[in-house]
Design a protein around this ligand. Sequence first.
Ligand code: UDX
Ligand code: ADP
Length: 471
Amino acid sequence: MAPLKVTKICCIGAGYVGGPTCAVIALKCPHIQVTIVDLNKARIDAWNSPDFALPIYEPGLVEVVRQARGRNLFFSTDVDKGIEEADLIFVSVNTPTKKSGVGAGFAADLNYVELATRRIATVATSSKIVVEKSTVPCRTAESMRTILEANSRPNCRFDILSNPEFLAEGTAIADLFSPDRVLIGSLQTQEGIDACESLKQVYANWVPPHSHCRPLVFRAVQLAANAMLAQRISSVNALSALCEATGANIDEVAHAIGYDSRIGPKFLKASVGFGGSCFQKDILNLVYLSESCHLPEVAAYWRQVVEMNEYQKRRFSKRVVDTLFNTITGKRIAVLGFAFKADTGDTRESAAITLIRDFQSEKALVNIYDPQVSHEQIWTDLQEASPLAPLNTIKKQVTICKSAIEACKDAEAVVIATEWKEFKDIDWEAVYASMNKPAFVFDGRLLIDADKLRKIGFTVTTIGRPSSTLV
Ligand code: UDX
Ligand code: ADP
């Protein structure tokens, strides 16, 4: 039998991965009907909103949705109908790190994947290709196959593929338009190879044919790729501490290191610490996997990458306190940026959350401004970071502002936590005039022109450079 020609796709999960990925598939494949389903009604309503106030911010996404929505791209809470109609289903639900039970704090919580898989088995009345797209450990596809096979109706066959997503938030649309690689894993049976071919044909509508069929264990590639990238940041952040102590400049050091083509210039930007939904989760997964394989040294090695990240955040908040004459009690601190990086509204594992929690425990008053993150999300994150403090108490200490200028007014210090371009271009003279003196700036993202700000009168502290204003 020839590989199935896909005409209807359903994506379970309208989040940061499923939403942009399947919106781009709909745009590039006008002959395929794409329905993205999610149990979260508010999220689906936002995807369907008449003014395109989408639930996630991603440069270029609105334009994609504008072109495809209503044509061959649909968003719905009717998960069952989506499953029933589709011949290919992407499973793109959340896989957070487990909070309790075996592997708590390390292993991925596969409950959502399992529930979605069971739903497919219950609802499907015809054969489907099921594509696992969430960031999940290797062998998840095998568990999905077992569940589907054990619960399927007669005459329904399920072919399971693994198709990990390598998009980075903030550049998701560009990454999807021209991916470095498309990896598709399948069983090496004729049916598996055919299913793989069907998915390849979907991507072939815009991606040159360099997709690969690989055995299912290759999921490890994605974990490993993220762990190696995160390791570079932790390495450069470890060097940033050394630079601060010895008088060197981390940006120059990183620049020089990056000249070595074997290392390369990317992912060497020292920062207040990496965040995002993948890096920490994937490394902790790797730690868990290593421990399960009785390799404690390997586990300790990878754990240190995360520990270095925690250290970097702690070190930065301590530097703020030390510089502000060893106390920030009652002092107002403006935190610019709350997202885990620029060009996204995503806050998962954002360094800003840890910094603000540290400032709160030092009894500072904190003003926050971020151009994309909703106020509701900020309150949710701060509440989660300090579960023992009632939200009212948090609100007495923290104010969310509508602009960077408003956040900086009457503050003693400005802390740049996310590298939003607009922070580079704010009217720093006006900010200086509105702040208490001496006015401090802490650049956690190597973003601003420190010399220019010093000329205005600020005392500037930058990651990876010694504190003295003379350097
Ligand atoms: C990452 C991977 O890059 C992507 O391939 C995978 O599919 C998902 O996880 P993402 O989490 O969106 O993507 O963001 P990324 O650009 O990798 O940045 C992660 C964190 O590292 C951010 O907090 C970012 O600010 C920080 N970072 C990145 C640095 O601190 N320095 C750098 O040089 C690069
Ligand atoms: P990611 O970054 O991996 O895309 P998100 O948390 O942004 O993760 O999105 C995952 C989405 O999956 C959420 O909107 C959640 O409501 C949805 N979801 C989880 N389980 C199910 C399910 N069984 N059926 C439908 N949607 C689900």
